[in-house]
Structures are given as structure tokens and as C-alpha cells.
Design a protein around this ligand. Structure first.
Ligand code: GUN
Ligand code: FE
Length: 427
């Protein structure tokens, strides 16, 4: 995933949490731990630039609805029912799934309350996390809406405390939910805080027809044009979905360096539509990939999104529209670019952080190997082929076992935890 999409058959040396050398026949320094990767691909740790760890506990509890009903009838009341314990559990369950399936970095949107439970889960798990408290200050959003000043005070305090924690592994993001949740005053302050602290702005835009129509009715503009009019577009801004964009909005994204996140699994499951990713890429927009929430996908498996992204656009745009290496780039270097971390992660290059995902390509469903390993990874490989995962050189998954969390216990307890939260739901 360097600029030439090079494939190296050889060795990779990790020292001090960074990639020290890549080449053929490297000699291991004395005392080095050796991971035998014969028959495997060592790839940059996968980056998902749009997830909701707070929603993982609601997987399989919000099916069969379109976006606005899904939010108002299920997700908002569910999120409001979280306490710190259930929220932490939800985040740990999601991180376990992500790490075991090769995702090492996420851009997350937490819920309105108890954000520190998510940040704490990110801290103990070892995952590379960017995210923050969800901001919602408009009336009519049930129990999640907050006074503007209180929302801003809390998000700034959280950012000051957590941004850069764990040697920079945890970074803070300002997360206004979407246009319909936020006042203009709130969005203006988000712009100011992002400029002052360098924090990302992570939000949703152009996901669904009814949402776009309501945004137009309330603001007189389309999502991206509205954000741009408030000074919110720019290289620190990440917009999830971008299914319904006017040609003008597309040009605005390209001109301002705003990243878009393609969420094909969620866009299908919520019956939202299909983003015109080939057009976005052609216009020069940085497009990343994300699973979105567990209750709208219903998996956080990056390989599922890779395969969808690689195939979904071909009937409309032609069989060569989404080359496998460029799809993998969306889940690695382009994701890293969206997160503002392209100099640190997203490719295997000397000097970068050793965020690595190791994928066994010897199973029957990956054989026989063809000339392009990107194609095997994108079209054939599955989450269960991931054997090892490192973040900043620290092994988090070894031989398919998660080292930092008890994945078995989380899965076994999930139904009980979900029942405990859902009992508190008031609609
Ligand atoms: N738009 C506003 N909030 C959400 C959310 O939680 N999930 C999705 N998919 N879209 C949203
Ligand atoms: Fe989302």
C-alpha cells in the first residue's frame, strides 16, 4: 500500500513498535521473536473510518427498518438506555470482533453519555482508536438531545483529557451526529474546536433520501453544501455514507479535501442505496471504508465490506471500475488519510508504526493463488483467515486468539448484557 502498491516477497522487521526494515532474506536480530508467515499475507492493519462501538450490543435488534425509523424507533432509545457498564461491554464486544477480523484502527462515534466507557475499552484493548462523544442538541430526538453548551463543554473536556493518550494511540474526534441532530450554533463551535485542537470532525451525510429531503427543508441546502457554508469541510472532516450527493457536493468534497466513507453493508441493510464510489474517486475525493453499526450491517467484518466495495459498483460502472488493490487501499492507506494518520499507518513502509494484519491464504477458499495477492485478499479471504494482529508492534491477536480481551466470555455474556439494557428502553 505504498504509492506503487508494491508487493514484496520477503521479511519485515519490527523494532520499537515501528517497521524497521522490509526486504528479502533479512537476518533476525538476536533475541527477536519470529512469526512464520509462510503462505500468509502481511498487510497494513485494516482501517475502518466509520463505526459505532456503542451500538454493537444492539446487533440483531433493529432489523427491517429504514434509517430515520431505525434511529427514532430503535437506536436512539437503545443508546439512551446504556449505562457505563453496558456501554463498555458493547465497545469491548465490538473491538474483539474487529481485532479478530484484522481491523487495527477505527474512527468511532460514541453515544451522547458515558463516552469514557468507550475510550476506556479502547485503552485496554490495544486497538488504535479515534472517536468521541456524539453531539445532539436539537429538540425532538427523544432522550438523547442535550443543551448546546453542556454538549460542547463535555466534548472539549473529553478531548483535552484523551487526545494523544496511550502514546498517541487514542485520538479524539468531534462527532456531531448529522445535520438533523445539530443546531447551527453547535456546528459552528465544532468548527472552532477542530481548528483550535486539530481534532477530526466525524459525522454522517447524504445517507438516505428522506434525510436529504429533510435537510433541504430545514436548511435550504444539501448536506455537504450546508457543512461547507459553515466552514466544516476540510481535510480534518470525515463524512460517512455520501450516497446521495449532488455533482456540486462531489466537487466540494474534492476541493476541500474532505474524506468520504463508503459503508456498503450498512447502505444495503438499511435500504439506503449505493454510493457512486467510482465517481467520488474519479473526482479526486479520498474514499475510506467502514462497517458502520452492528445493528445496521450486521457485521463489523472488514473483509465483508471489501468484497462488497469491490463488486457492488461493477454492474453500473464496468468490470474494471474497482481494482482490488484500490479497494484494499480504501481500507488501509485511504482510511489512514481520512484519520489524518497517513504518515503513521496505512501502508507497510520503513519508519511507520507496526500495525500489521497477517492473513492465512492457504485455505481451500483462497486457492489456487493467482498473480495478484490483492485480488485474493479482496475477493476470497475471510475474517477467519486472520491469524495475527499487531498494533504499534504489540501483538493483540496471536494464532487467532485475542490476547487483550476475553472474546469467548464477551460473546457468551452478550445476550444477558443486551437484555439488561433493552429492559430499560422507553420509546
Ligand atoms: N445517521 C445519524 N445517526 C446514525 C447512526 O447511528 N447510524 C447510521 N447509519 N446513520 C446515522
Ligand atoms: Fe453511522
Amino acid at each position: 500500500m505504498d504509492a506503487r502498491r508494491s508487493v514484496v516477497r520477503g521479511d519485515l522487521l519490527v523494532e520499537g513498535g515501528r517497521i524497521a526494515r522490509i526486504g528479502r532474506g533479512l537476518r533476525a536480530p538476536r533475541g527477536a521473536e519470529i512469526i512464520d508467515c509462510a503462505g500468509k499475507a502481511v498487510i497494513p492493519g485494516l482501517v475502518q473510518a466509520h463505526v459505532h462501538l456503542c451500538q454493537v450490543l444492539f446487533r440483531n435488534h433493529a432489523d427491517g427498518l429504514e434509517l430515520l425509523d431505525w434511529l427514532s424507533q430503535r437506536i436512539w432509545p437503545f443508546e439512551a438506555a446504556h449505562d457505563a457498564r453496558s456501554l463498555g461491554f458493547s465497545a469491548r464486544l465490538g473491538i474483539a470482533e474487529l481485532l479478530l477480523s484484522g481491523t487495527t484502527s477505527v474512527l468511532d462515534m460514541a453515544t451522547v453519555r458515558h463516552t469514557e466507557a468507550v475510550l476506556e475499552a479502547a485503552r485496554v484493548s490495544g486497538i488504535r482508536y479515534t472517536g468521541g462523544k456524539c453531539l445532539m442538541d436539537k429538540a425532538g430526538q427523544g432522550p438523547l438531545g442535550e443543551p448546546t453548551a453542556a454538549a460542547l463543554r463535555e466534548t472539549e473536556a473529553l478531548g483535552r483529557k484523551w487526545h494523544g493518550a496511550e502514546a498517541g494511540r487514542i485520538r479524539y474526534a468531534l462527532c456531531p451526529r448529522f445535520v438533523l441532530s445539530c443546531s447551527e450554533e453547535l456546528l459552528g463551535e465544532v468548527r472552532r474546536l477542530s481548528a483550535e485542537h486539530g481534532w477530526l470532525i466525524h459525522t454522517h451525510a447524504g445517507e438516505n433520501r428522506a434525510e436529504v429531503a429533510l435537510v433541504r427543508k430545514q436548511t435550504g441546502r444539501d448536506n455537504v453544501s450546508y457543512f461547507d457554508s459553515l466552514g466544516l469541510c476540510g481535510p480534518r472532516t470525515v463524512l460517512a455514507h455520501c450516497v446521495y450527493l449532488s455533482p456540486r457536493e462531489l466537487r466540494t468534497l474534492a476541493r476541500t479535501g474532505t474524506s468520504a466513507v463508503h459503508c456498503p453493508g450498512a447502505n444495503l441493510k438499511l435500504a439506503s442505496g449505493i454510493a457512486n464510489v467510482p465517481a467520488l474517486i474519479k473526482a479526486g475525493v479520498n474514499v475510506a471504508l467502514g462497517a458502520d453499526g452492528a445493528p445496521c450491517n450486521n457485521t463489523l467484518d472488514a473483509f465483508h465490506e471489501l468484497r462488497l466495495a469491490a463488486t457492488l459498483h461493477l454492474p453500473r460502472s464496468g468490470p474494471r471500475a474497482m481494482p482490488a488493490a484500490e479497494v484494499l487501499a480504501m481500507a488501509t492507506i485511504r482510511g489512514a488519510t481520512a484519520l489524518g494518520l497517513a504518515s503513521e499507518i496505512g501502508s507497510l513502509e520503513e519508519g511507520k508504526a507496526a500495525d500489521l494484519t497477517i492473513v492465512d491464504l492457504t485455505a481451500p477458499h483462497c486457492q489456487p493463488a493467482g498473480p495478484d495477492p490483492h485480488a485474493t485478499l479482496v475477493y476470497c479471504a475471510r475474517a477467519s483467515d486472520v491469524t495475527d494482529v499487531l498494533v504499534a508492534g504489540r501483538p493483540l491477536v496471536r494464532a487467532r486468539k485475542l490476547l487483550t480481551l476475553d472474546a469467548g466470555a464477551l460473546a457468551a455474556q452478550a445476550a444477558v448484557e443486551a437484555r439488561r439494557v433493552l429492559k430499560r428502553v422507553t420509546t
